[in-house]
Design a protein around this ligand. Structure first.
Ligand SMILES: Nc1ncnc2c1ncn2[C@@H]1O[C@H](COP(=O)(O)OP(=O)(O)O)[C@@H](O)[C@H]1O
Ligand SMILES: [Mg+2]
Length: 281
């Protein structure tokens, strides 16, 4: 099982969109995927239609019990794709966590539950664009951190400062004492006026300071209306835009490249082959 946390100290960069669509693509590739909405504003929880009319218990139960049980998991309408919904509209959970000595490990340990280990190949955690105990717990729960970064100098600088602070704070040997996974930055919402290569090389240069802990993925997610349209339709973007004319690659192409880069053993696996198998079966 592999666990990803999508994180950024900035809001509105595309975390939820990326989490939802990557999760749905991996599910369509045949992996059993568990999404976890660790944002107190439940955008991921509302992203895809749920199979049940009411969600099960959610993140509060997971964090407070320190365990994931079947009662905390809700199926989405899509096969292989389940979710632990965010159910903390008042934002009590961060306060609760703050008083726990094991706050950094709480989610990490909860994900060791048999229900998760037996039933899922991949866990994807969405976080809020801010700093706090819930974000720390989500970051420390991951094998790999994914961080979308929009290619403007200002956000690149913010990314650098925010990431540096995050890595410093959660560094092994810190008060929380867990190992941080490597961080993969994804140049996200690239438009035709900015040159991702210049930004990417700038980020890479800066990241020498990060002692190889942060790398920039080759896959660049363009700014494209397909992502918004798919969100409105509540369908995975790789299903919404399979093919596209012109220079910008289709959302399906981009999301496949991203999945292959993040999980190299999936190289060449297509979501479509999965549908086809299902249709034949
Ligand atoms: N690749 C993209 N191109 C254009 N707009 C996008 C793209 N990805 C996401 N968006 C839009 O950007 C906004 C913020 O995205 P969201 O995923 O909610 O960010 P976050 O979770 O980091 O706050 C949403 O309106 C979303 O539809
Ligand atoms: Mg979000």
């Amino acid at each position: 099982m592999i666990k990803f946390t999508v994180t950024s100290t900035k809001g509105g960069v595309g975390k939820t969109t990326l989490t939802a669509n990557l999760g749905a693509l991996l599910a369509d590739m045949g992996l059993r995927v568990l999404l976890i909405d660790a944002d107190v504003q439940p955008s991921l929880s509302k992203y895809f239609p749920l199979a049940a009319s009411r969600p099960a218990a959610g993140l509060t139960e997971v964090i407070v019990r320190g365990e994931v049980t079947e009662a905390c998991i809700t199926a989405t309408m899509y096969q292989n794709l389940d979710i632990v919904v965010s159910d903390d509209p008042e934002g009590n959970l961060p306060h609760w966590l703050l008083n726990r000595i094991d706050r950094g490990f709480r989610l990490r340990f909860a994900l060791q539950s048999p229900v998760v280990l037996d039933a899922y190949d991949c866990v994807l955690i969405d976080t809020q664009g801010a700093i706090g105990p819930l974000q720390d717990a989500a970051v420390l729960a991951a094998d790999i951190l994914i961080s979308p970064i929009t290619p403007e100098m200002l956000s690149a600088r913010e990314f650098k400062d925010g990431t540096m602070e995050l890595l410093d704070r959660l560094e092994p040997g810190s008060a929380l004492g867990a190992t941080l996974g490597p961080m993969k930055a994804v140049i996200y919402r690239q438009d035709r006026t900015t040159d991702a290569r210049i930004i990417a090389s700038g980020i890479r240069d800066d990241f020498i300071k990060f002692k190889g802990r942060v790398s920039v993925l080759d896959t660049v997610v363009p700014h494209a209306k397909a992502y918004k349209e798919a969100a409105t339709l509540r369908i995975p973007v790789h299903r919404h835009e399979r093919k596209r004319e012109g220079v910008t690659p289709s959302a399906s192409t981009v999301m496949h490249q991203l999945a292959w880069e993040l999980i190299p053993s999936l190289q060449g696996v297509l979501a479509d082959s999965m549908y086809n198998r299902q249709r034949i079966a």
